[in-house]
Structures are given as structure tokens and as C-alpha cells.
Design a protein around this ligand. Structure first.
Ligand SMILES: [Zn+2]
Length: 437
């Protein structure tokens, strides 16, 4: 069949249009992702030395990192950053040319060291600031081409009481962490977009991301209680507690990690939280005088964590993908801008589960499910103590533009102060790193 020139150009135009339509769908589809409905049954089983609801690690995934890290770099990351004291010895043995790691099948994983430091970045989905294209030193789009995920911590709304992130001292005013983090996320998103980033939220409502519900974990929670020598039939309270925890902590965070790692694949995750000190009865909460700020990077695994194969696998992946260095550098920049925005003093941990890391007194290494499972640099924020009077009163006033007088100080809304502080730190870090030298 002979095709006239005008028909041919029409076909080309239609094809081009189809490409555009496909591109638009591809760029939009993460918003409409269908979350997998079921946790694979094997992962609901209680297994020895594998964490609750964790997949059995596939150690062959680490083969691509053979001979990519020197013994010196491996040892210093393992012992100085990821290990609380010498807990690493429970999982890893370091030789001259290789390290041996315990695995669930008993065969072990052997990592061969590189003799020279590698010049190219290791296999990973995210890009460090130095791998991103350069920008002008005075650019107002220093996040151009970046993918950033914001994870508003917890769920909030009607779930806030069950997840123990709720208190109320008067009718009509509820302090709910998961609702507040979402408010901050929604203020932060357009700021990052304006600077050129493509931004994803792990949730846009005060609803769980997982489709599973507490009842789905009833049998797994009973099995777990039996595994620690308790009788679930005689201890309904423990059963409900473990079941709910599997739902709103473990499964919810694992589902968000799946979104982040398999769908969004961002260069950076920002985990937003509000801190709190123990407040006792949520209907008659105790207030504290302390108000403070700190940020958390992944590290400082305890002995019991080092004994879990899935956690050691996650740690190995973070070591081999060189996540720590970038994570600490961005976190340090954001800590600086948050300290300036909030004027809060640094929080100090008093136990062995966290250690101060890098150059900022605000940045601590601690092993959390969220900052371990997100396979990219993760800035985990813990500003403001929710049961401090001033914080309560600022939450009660809600969001507003400009400043208002609260406790005799002219202050931005707590949500804007938080969002502005994060945006400024991210801006400053990427501009500094990406600016043409
Ligand atoms: Zn929190």
C-alpha cells in the first residue's frame, strides 16, 4: 500500500502523541500504585534469627559488590558506624583479603575486598550529589533532576491513638504525630518542587499505606508469643499489642519501603517525625521542660540486631552501597538549618543504642526500621518535644502565614518553621555540592 506524504506525517505525529501519552502515564503512575495486598505467608512465620515479617535475605544479591570495597573502608564502616561497641563480631569475621558473614542457610557469605579504592560508584538506584549534573552557583533550582521521597512518619487521624502517637488535654484539641508530619510534608513538597525536584509522598492521607489490617496478624502474633514462651490464649492484651504493632509499625513501614525502593527509587528520603518524652496517660499527659532537636542516620546495631540475618543483610547493603557517607553529609546540612530555624538545643542519648556521628552534635547513628529499609540516603528528623508546653500551644494554634506572638515570641507556625528548615538544609547541601567549581 502506498502511503501519501501527509498520511505518513500524520502517522508520525500520532506515534509521537502516543509516546507522550505513555510518558505521562509512566510519570504519573506511582501516585496510583496498587499496594500488594498480602504479606507472603513465609514472612508471617516466626523464623529463627530472622526479624518479624522480614523476607529471608538473598545473599547472592551482594555478589555484584565483590572487590568493590577495601578492607580498610569496610572495617571502619562496620566497626565505627554500624556496630555498637564490638557487636559486629556476632555476625562478621574479617580476614586479610575477605570478610565472612553468617547466613541463615549456614553456608555463609564471603565478601572479597578490593586492593585499590574503587573510582566508580557502586551499584545502587540513587545518585549522590557529586554524581548529579552541575548547576550554576547561584541557581534557584539546585534540586533539578532529583527524585526525593518524603515519608510523613506514622499514620495519624483515627489511627493515632492505637499507634500511641496521640494525646489530648482538652476536648477538641488533639496532638497527633502522624497528622502533624503529613501537614509538614504537604508544606515541604511544593518548596522542593520549586527547586527542581520530583517529589513523592509515601502517603497523602491519615490512612495506612498497607492494605493489611490488625486482624491479618492475629495468627502471626500468637505464634510470636508462643515463641517467647507466652500463652496467647491467656494473655489477650499481649496478643492485641503484638498484633497491632505488626500492623502499624512493621508491616506499614515495610510497605513504605517497598514503595520507596521498588517504585519511587529516590536520591533521598526525608523521614518527618516529632519527638516526645514519655507522657504517661494520654488523657492526662505529663508535660516536660525539655524541648530539643536531633537527626538520625542508620548505625549502632545492638547485639540482638547483629544476630538477625535480615538486619545484617540490610547493613551489608548499606555498607557496600556507600550510603552512610552521603546520608551523614545531607543530615549534617539539614541539622544545621533546622537548628537555626527552630533554635532548639541538641538532644543527647544516654544509652548505648545511639552514638553521635560526624561533625554535628545534632546527628546520631541509630538503627531504626525505616532508616535501615530505605536503600538510599535517609534524613530522619526528630525535632520538637510534643509534650512541651510551647509545642503543644503551637500545635493548638495550627498553621498560619507569617508570624504570631506565642509565649511572648514572634513565631512562624510550627509546621512552616519545620518545612522551611528542612527545605533550606536540602537546598544548601545540593547547591554547595553541585555548583560548578
Ligand atoms: Zn515518630
Amino acid at each position: 500500500m502506498k502511503v501519501s506524504r501527509s498520511t505518513a506525517s500524520l502517522i508520525i505525529a500520532l506515534n509521537a502523541a502516543a509516546v507522550v501519552v505513555v510518558l505521562v502515564i509512566v510519570m504519573q503512575w506511582p501516585r496510583h500504585v496498587v499496594v500488594p495486598t498480602e504479606q507472603p505467608p513465609a514472612e508471617l512465620e516466626i523464623r529463627e534469627r530472622i526479624g518479624l515479617l522480614a523476607p529471608d535475605p538473598d545473599w547472592s544479591e551482594l555478589e555484584v559488590y565483590q572487590e568493590t570495597i577495601t578492607r580498610e573502608d569496610f572495617e571502619s564502616l562496620l566497626t565505627d558506624v554500624f556496630s555498637a561497641g564490638d557487636t559486629w563480631k556476632a555476625a562478621v569475621r574479617i580476614g586479610d583479603s575477605h570478610a565472612d558473614v553468617d547466613t541463615q542457610d549456614g553456608k555463609g557469605f564471603r565478601l572479597r575486598f578490593a586492593t585499590q579504592p574503587s573510582v566508580k560508584p557502586p551499584m545502587r538506584y540513587w545518585r549522590s550529589a557529586s554524581e548529579l549534573p552541575t548547576v550554576d552557583g547561584d541557581s534557584d533550582r539546585p534540586l533539578k533532576g532529583m527524585r526525593i521521597a518524603i515519608d510523613p512518619g506514622h499514620i495519624g487521624g483515627k489511627w493515632a491513638q492505637a499507634e500511641e502517637r496521640w494525646y489530648s488535654i482538652e476536648k477538641g484539641t488533639e496532638v497527633m504525630e502522624g497528622t502533624m508530619t503529613l501537614q509538614v510534608a504537604k508544606l515541604l513538597k511544593p518548596q522542593l518542587e520549586k527547586m527542581g525536584a520530583q517529589v513523592f509522598l509515601t502517603r497523602e492521607q491519615t490512612e495506612p499505606v498497607t492494605n493489611m489490617r490488625p486482624a491479618d496478624f492475629e495468627a502471626a502474633a500468637a505464634d510470636y508469643l508462643r515463641s517467647i514462651g507466652k500463652n496467647p490464649q491467656q494473655d489477650q492484651r499481649s496478643l492485641e499489642f503484638e498484633r497491632d504493632k505488626m500492623f502499624y509499625r512493621t508491616q506499614e513501614i515495610r510497605t513504605r519501603a517497598w514503595l520507596v525502593n521498588d517504585i519511587y527509587k529516590p536520591d533521598l528520603v526525608l523521614c518527618l517525625h516529632f519527638n516526645a518524652e514519655s507522657w504517661g496517660n494520654p488523657h492526662k499527659p505529663q508535660f516536660v521542660d525539655r524541648n530539643h532537636l536531633h537527626l538520625i542516620v542508620n548505625g549502632t546495631y545492638s547485639l540482638s540486631e547483629m544476630r538477625l540475618h535480615d538486619q545484617v543483610f540490610d547493613m551489608m547493603q548499606r555498607i557496600l552501597q556507600r550510603t552512610h557517607e552521603e546520608e551523614t553529609a545531607v543530615s549534617t546540612a539539614v541539622a544545621e538549618s533546622m537548628a537555626e530555624a527552630t533554635e532548639l538545643p541538641a538532644f543527647r542519648y544516654g544509652d548505648n543504642n545511639a552514638q553521635q556521628i560526624g561533625e554535628s552534635e545534632f546527628v546520631w547513628a541509630r538503627n531504626l526500621l525505616a532508616n535501615r529499609l530505605y536503600d538510599c540516603p535517609t534524613v530522619f528528623l526528630e525535632p520538637y518535644v510534643m509534650n512541651h508546653r510551647e509545642v503543644h500551644d503551637r500545635v493548638r494554634v495550627g498553621d498560619y502565614e507569617g508570624t504570631r506572638s506565642i509565649h511572648g515570641k514572634r513565631l512562624k507556625s510550627i509546621f512552616r518553621e519545620y518545612a522551611d528548615g528542612v527545605a533550606e538544609g536540602v537546598r544548601a547541601y545540593y547547591l554547595r555540592q553541585r555548583a560548578r567549581k
